[in-house]
Design a protein around this ligand. Structure first.
Ligand code: KIV
Length: 304
């Protein structure tokens, strides 16, 4: 992808820079991404944060939930994204059962994102109950983002994929969870699918950057799932999604046209062919007319 001359030179996004953006009330843009070419474009667009989410399980691997996603798969996706980004702050999402079994396993798995992929941080789901894990990871030098509200890894416990904190008691619990994560050392927190007034209260009470997905606008930045905003995930479209492109029909048209061109022999055309150096085709013809088409061009066979 050639660089445009007037493309701005950007500074790498770091945790201090995210804090500075919060202090200056400069909204943070954040998208999920799972592959190298898309990450190159996001980085070039100036997207400040990229989440290599375990949503990859649903958006690119075709699972019905995020639960089957494995650490090794996340390492593959995350490495591809990190190799593309110079500017964006990249967060690796800890998959189901990579941090729940023990603190030792959580440290080992979070360390893999940092050491094998070069992520800037990791994210994990849960409120007060994951505070000890966040504390241990932070003490091990691994920056952690918390994630509360609709936490897809515990969708079954939450009664499905639905907004959380819609009554006073559950909202109170979310506010307490947010505070516990900040106290445990999370450098930032994601609020997924909760009423905008609840997100506003959390934002007012926390010092760390508070990002939102389907949680209104009184936060420090917004996250969207890239397949939702590009119209590439059609199984369901949540209420909070805004489509910035509708790529599915464009891809369908491209694939259909390609198929048609192959069937009707309109592709490939001469401009897609490789040629041979001057005279080489004639020499090849001579070689074969002397030695015959079965001779392998004069090379002796290994079997002799
Ligand atoms: O995996 C993911 O993309 C996420 C978002 C749904 C927040 O965790």
């Amino acid at each position: 992808m050639p660089k445009k001359e007037n493309e701005p030179q950007r500074e790498k996004i770091t945790i201090p820079k995210l804090r500075e953006m919060k202090a200056k009330k400069e909204p943070i843009s954040w998208l999920t991404c799972y592959d190298h070419p898309t990450a190159l474009i996001m980085d070039r667009a100036g997207i400040e944060m990229i989440l290599v989410g375990d949503s990859a399980g649903m958006t690119v691997l075709g699972y019905p939930t995020t639960l089957p996603v494995k650490m090794d798969q996340m390492i593959t996706f995350t490495g591809a994204v990190c190799r593309a980004t110079k500017y964006a702050f990249v967060i690796g999402d800890m998959p189901y059962m990579s941090y729940q079994v023990s603190i030792e396993e959580a440290i080992r798995n979070a360390g893999r994102f940092m050491a094998e992929c070069g992520t800037d941080a990791v994210k994990l789901e849960g409120g007060e109950r994951v505070a000890p894990v966040i504390e241990a990871l932070t003490n091990a030098g691994i920056p952690v983002m918390g994630h509360i509200g609709l936490t897809p890894q515990s969708a079954s416990q939450l009664g499905g994929y639905k907004a959380q904190g819609r009554d006073a008691e559950t909202a109170r619990k979310l506010i307490a969870d947010a505070k516990a994560l900040e106290e445990a050392g999370a450098f930032a927190i994601l609020l997924e699918c909760m009423p905008a007034p609840v997100a506003k209260i959390i934002h007012e009470r926390l010092q760390i950057p508070v990002l939102g997905l389907g949680s209104g606008c009184d936060v420090d930045g917004q996250l969207m799932i890239v397949h939702d905003m590009l119209g590439l995930f059609e199984r369901f479209v949540p209420k909070f999604v805004k489509r910035y492109a509708n790529l599915s029909p464009l891809l369908l048209e491209a694939f259909t046209n390609y198929r048609e061109d192959v069937k009707t022999e309109k592709f490939p055309q001469e401009e897609h062919f490789y040629t041979m150096a001057e005279g080489e085709l004639r020499k090849l013809g001579e070689l074969f007319s002397k030695r015959g088409w079965q001779s392998g061009g004069g090379q002796s066979s290994r079997r002799g």
